[in-house]
Design a binder for this molecule. Structure first.
Ligand code: SAH
Length: 352
């Protein structure tokens, strides 16, 4: 029988588990505290739990504790990038960033991705598998332990499409924001999607206080289809309607992410079309100069074009900021660290 993943269980579920095997519910409270507050790495560390109990737990449950295979630290801004090995040997990466308002962690939600965005390194080998709730959580736990500092913001913007792993994502958010765990405020959690409309609608109905970020990247369907295959499924008109619905349901302002690619989506005309598209929506635009990925030919917009793009949006009354680039010197773009690792560890691909 496959062992249950104990770190993915809610406190209530864990209490039910304990009761079912004749243990007192307070055992569940203790176990939960060791896992989600004290961030212990194994049953062995749980000093107030009896040896017999620990053995029983070991037999019934698997215990997710990710191992950092590589940690890179930026000499420019202290940003840290982690490559974690999952229990089955797959790898995911996470990023830790220090901001004035607190520490932020960017986590992965899948091994690889099947969305196929042309500029993104995470999707080059397709989807390998979904991450479990505990594998998403433990990226944050392992980083908290390694840095010795509290994490106040979590962004699900690493490898993977979170809305393609919906159930696990929701359970992850429940555990992360639980008052018996790290108790991170929902308002400090951002989930980024390439725009899977039915799942965005479903998320809206959960009425969470998280921020939804939509990867827009183009102001017309035609241009968006060139960059993102998902644009063949859902039109911008449908997406905009869905964003308005999200705001209506949750009262949360949408963030639009727009990666600027030289001569492709960064002209004055593009900025004007974008402004017309999102006018009237309660939103914020995050402009990101595209990160060059070695397998792709996209080039970053000139600094000047980025500033002009932002200025035009602002002039039209749209809230826009240029994202400060963090960790430029440490395999910046999504999925790059994992790719480099895969390349170096497999002889056939070493020449890439
Ligand atoms: N699948 C989700 C979340 C992961 S990607 C999504 O699509 O939103 C997180 C963000 O990084 C997305 O906005 C994505 O489009 C962007 N991104 C991916 N590769 C990039 C690159 N090379 N340069 C700039 N942004 C990139």
């Amino acid at each position: 029988m496959e062992k249950k993943d104990i770190k993915s269980l809610t406190l209530e579920e864990l209490k039910a588990e304990m009761t079912a095997v004749g243990e007192k519910p307070f055992r569940a409270v203790q176990l939960y505290e060791w896992m989600h507050r004290k961030l212990s790495r194994s049953f062995a560390e749980m000093t107030n739990i009896s040896m017999a109990m620990k053995e029983k737990c070991g037999e019934s449950y698997s215990y997710t504790a990710l191992r950092a295979v590589e940690v890179q630290e930026s000499a420019i801004d202290g940003t840290k990038k982690y490559l974690f090995a999952l229990p089955d040997g797959n790898m995911v990466e996470s990023v830790w960033m220090r901001y004035k308002h607190g520490n932020s962690v960017c986590i992965s939600s899948q091994v690889g991705c099947r969305m196929g965005c042309r500029f993104c390194a995470s999707t080059l080998d397709g989807l390998v598998r979904n991450l479990s709730p505990s594998e998403m959580l433990d990226q944050i736990y392992a980083i908290t332990l390694e840095t010795g500092e509290r994490v106040s913001n979590v962004v699900v913007m690493g490898s993977g499409e979170p809305l393609d792993n919906y159930e696990n994502l929701l359970r992850f958010i429940t555990l992360l924001t639980d008052e018996n765990g790290l108790h991170i405020s929902q308002r400090n959690v951002t989930v980024s999607t390439c725009g899977i409309v039915p799942m965005m609608r479903r998320l809206a109905q959960e009425k969470l206080q998280i921020t939804l970020a939509l990867s827009l990247h183009a102001p017309t369907d035609e241009k968006r289809r060139e960059l993102m295959p998902i644009a063949n499924r859902y039109s911008l008109a449908e997406l905009m309607e869905c964003c308005a619905y999200y705001f209506e349901q949750t009262g949360r302002r949408i963030t639009f992410e727009y990666s600027l690619v030289r001569d492709l989506n960064d002209t004055r005309k593009d900025a004007e079309t974008l402004a017309d598209l999102i006018r009237g929506l309660n939103c914020h635009v995050n402009l990101i100069p595209v990160n060059p990925v070695r397998e792709r030919a996209y080039i970053q917009s000139e600094r000047q074009a980025v500033e002009a793009f932002a200025a035009l949006l602002t002039k039209k009354g749209i809230n826009a900021t240029v994202r400060r680039e963090m960790g430029r010197d440490i395999d910046g773009a999504c999925g790059q660290l994992r790719r480099r690792f895969l390349r170096n560890s497999s002889g056939t691909r070493a020449e890439l």
